[in-house]
Design a protein around this ligand. Sequence first.
Ligand code: SER
Length: 319
Amino acid sequence: MKNILIIGSTGQIGSELTMTLRAKYGDSNVVAGFIKGAEPKGKLLESGPAEEADITNPAQITGIVKKYKIDTIYNMAALLSATAEAKPQLAWKIGVEGLFNVLEIAGEMKCAVFTPSSIGAFGTNTPKDNTPQDTVQRPQTMYGVTKVTGELLSDYYFKRFGVDTRSVRYPGLISHVTAPGGGTTDYAVEIFYSAVKGEVFKSPIAAGTFMDMMYMPDALSAAIKLMEADPSKLVHRNSFNITAMSFDPEMLKSTILKYVPDFKMEYQIDPVRQAIADSWPNSLDDSCAREEWGWSPQYNLDTMTKNMLEELNIKYLMK
Ligand code: SER
């Protein structure tokens, strides 16, 4: 990885991934790709090159790849699960047609491609506990349909055209930097904002609904570690199960209560998000990622909670 393009650099993952890659590979070697209406600001804009990179516009992406001699593309453009249910056509256009554009360009210009998949790539007939790496993938959501299609397309381009495609199935990602939007697992981020503001949190997800989760520093290191992995060790490519923790709203509440003793939570179930959550695994088996490229998360529920609260307290004290 010498010259890197991040498509979707202002999103929940992209914003932090861009800064992490700039610190590692040099500011000028990492191009922040954005779309109109989601332009980079502050450090993201000032620390390195930025270009409009609409995944539905292949000529624009090709132009950037040529201009900066890009050899690696992190394709972080996507709609999250609940938004994708509201806008299924747009979710397909970005998630599948957009990926197709990227893979075609990568084949022609010899780029490696990282595209996230998700726990959303599984469905109700997938084994729910310790979900295996290779198992039934029949998701009921448009988000899941785009993720499974993306996994298949990426593997196809690797096998047929030799494009160096790699991917992880991200669980819910928790971060204090850029808020997610329209995801089923977003409650596990929003709850921390309520806790530091002293507000009662209304959980849209029911007690007893377990989902895999991960703190953002681990999610970033997973993407980079996989892209740096020795290709001869990779039995799988698109896409690896990875996880750091699995919890339900009650477990998360109890952990927050250790640090914010007067924190309060009520339930106000969102039927769309609850149905999506019910169709996803409780916990993934990520042993293939551990064996093939040394995946190992640093944060568990307790250390993540402590760090999230500390960081958000600093953010709000400074305001
Ligand atoms: N965080 C995602 C969502 O909830 C899952 O990959 O949509």
